[in-house]
Design a protein around this ligand. Structure first.
Ligand SMILES: Nc1ncnc2c1ncn2[C@@H]1O[C@H](COP(=O)(O)OP(=O)(O)OP(=O)(O)O)[C@@H](O)[C@H]1O
Ligand SMILES: [Mg+2]
Length: 141
């Protein structure tokens, strides 16, 4: 993709790294001067995707998460990828309140939060191979 600037980071799939990913993306897009609200929305959506990779992708097992971020003008694109369990039915997984882990007090709202806070959400997943979540948001609207 054409971009003014882009970066990729890779880290272990542990919950401690959620705040690292948030801080890394926040500082990467700082030159765009996002509003506090835009920044909060992006960080929240990113957290949901990273948490999903830790909890559902790897289910607590060791693994790697790749986060990419790029921007072109005020359009920010964020990609969160894992190489874990994958999702059998993406359409169903994206439905509000759907969760495969109701016993772990999951509310099934992660994808819905990503959809509300970002302008675009694409989920690519292959069962047994992994999941790639691509989100985009136009700043300054
Ligand atoms: N990276 C992933 N790898 C495998 N399965 C996933 C992944 N992300 C999401 N899923 C599946 O999609 C379902 C819905 O995800 P979503 O984030 O909307 O809800 P949740 O994680 O179950 O609950 P919440 O996010 O509210 O805590 C999950 O329950 C899981 O089955
Ligand atoms: Mg979730």
């Amino acid at each position: 993709m054409q971009a003014d600037n882009k970066m990729v980071i890779e880290f272990d799939a542990v919950s401690e790294n959620e705040s690292f990913a948030r801080a890394a993306v926040a500082s990467f897009i700082a030159p765009l001067d996002p509003t506090i609200e835009e920044l909060t929305e992006i960080k929240t959506a990113l957290s949901e995707a990273v948490t999903n990779s830790v909890i559902h992708g790897y289910e607590g097992r060791a693994g790697v998460i790749k986060v990419g971020c790029s921007y072109l003008g005020g359009m920010v694109e964020i990609c969160v990828e894992d190489f874990g369990a994958g999702i059998e039915n993406v359409e169903k997984a994206k439905e509000p309140l759907f969760t495969s882990k109701p016993e772990q007090e999951r509310s099934g709202m992660g994808f819905t939060v990503m959809e509300i806070f970002m302008d675009k959400l694409t989920v690519e997943s292959v069962k047994g191979e992994g999941t790639k979540v691509i989100m985009a948001k136009q700043l300054g609207r």
